[in-house]
Write a protein that binds this ligand. Structure first.
Ligand code: AMP
Length: 304
């Protein structure tokens, strides 16, 4: 099973109360593919400029990530600059330089068109839809978005959602998209617009999953030290889709397990800046923490 991702590839400058990173490797598609590569073969579609360091390409290639869809355009790579205060759930964007990302028109190589799992990371909703339509018969299409598109391209986003099976967004985005302060009511609305599963990321408070039959809640791993939350959402999506791509049947049980794998990967990612922690991560560590998650939320029935 193969996983296709389209999204940003960035050089991030990030400041948190615990340190900073300058022009470090980032971007939604990078965080996603790195996390998903622990489970399966990933195909990446994105754009970088001529200034993008070769060492970053080598890092992705070393994870067996297929870069046939990586375009190297004239100009500079997308740059994002952000700051987090003590509330690490909220990123303050200081600067966004779209550069080559501004005129990005994703081209899906023929060799990617038979992909089974598709993740449309946070890009213009019209582009997301065009990518989804280029894949012949995906088993699962998942999608992320952000307030910028909810506010600026609402109708297009609603159109894109018709082609999406799983929407993965944070709680503020879910409320804004549904125009509804209650997450439960908002989820019911969103589930009528296309996706049959809504995954709501709530930072250090964990994840809520809604479908028409049930609600599932997973905690976040209680880490002692969080250094940099950048990319946590995309790393979550990578772990989630990565695991899903390994199961025979994408059913409720598999989606619940995938949510815990996503949370596991994200909990490692925030332990260091950029991909610092991910670079040394092993499958053994992932499986150990997955088991700890089960223990974390387990409780017994009371005797009747
Ligand atoms: P996350 O923390 O998971 O929401 O994603 C953070 C990543 O998103 C960073 O590495 C940024 O480079 C990237 N990013 C920030 N703003 C944008 C944007 N407007 N479009 C696409 N990617 C972005």
């Amino acid at each position: 099973m193969s996983i296709l991702v389209v999204g940003s590839i960035a050089l991030d400058t990030v400041e948190t109360p615990f340190g900073q990173a300058e022009e470090a490797l980032g971007g939604a598609a990078v965080y996603f593919s790195y996390a998903a590569s622990f489970f399966n073969h990933v195909r990446l579609v994105g754009v970088v400029g001529k200034d993008f360091p070769d060492e970053h390409i080598e890092l992705l290639e070393a994870r067996d990530i297929d870069l046939a869809g990586l375009e190297r355009a004239e100009g500079e790579t997308f740059r994002w600059q952000g700051r987090y205060d003590y509330d690490l759930n909220e990123a303050h964007t200081l600067d966004t330089q779209l550069n080559v990302f501004e005129s990005f028109e994703p081209k899906i190589p023929d060799s990617f068109k038979d992909s089974d799992f598709v993740f449309l990371a946070n890009i213009q909703p019209g582009l997301q839809l065009r990518v989804a339509r280029q894949v012949a018969s995906p088993r699962v299409v998942a999608c992320d978005t952000m307030n910028f598109w909810i506010e600026g391209a609402y109708d297009e986003l609603r159109e894109t959602l018709k082609a999406v099976d799983i929407l993965i967004i944070n709680d503020a985005e879910a409320r804004e998209l549904a125009r509804e302060p209650s997450l439960v009511k908002g989820a019911r609305k969103i589930l009528n617009w296309g996706p049959d599963t809504l995954v709501v990321k709530r930072g250090e408070y964990g994840v809520l999953m809604f479908n028409r039959r049930s609600v599932f809640s997973a905690p976040a791993y209680p880490l002692e030290d969080v250094f940099d939350p950048t990319g946590a959402g995309d790393t979550f999506a990578g772990g989630f889709m990565g695991f899903l791509s390994t199961v025979e049947e994408v059913n409720e049980n598999a989606i619940r397990q995938a949510i815990v794998f996503g949370s596991t990967l994200a909990s490692f990612n925030v332990e260091d800046f950029s991909l610092g922690r991910m670079k040394s991560l092993t499958m053994e560590e992932i499986l150990d923490r997955f088991s700890e998650f089960k223990q974390l939320a387990h409780f017994e029935e009371i005797e009747a």
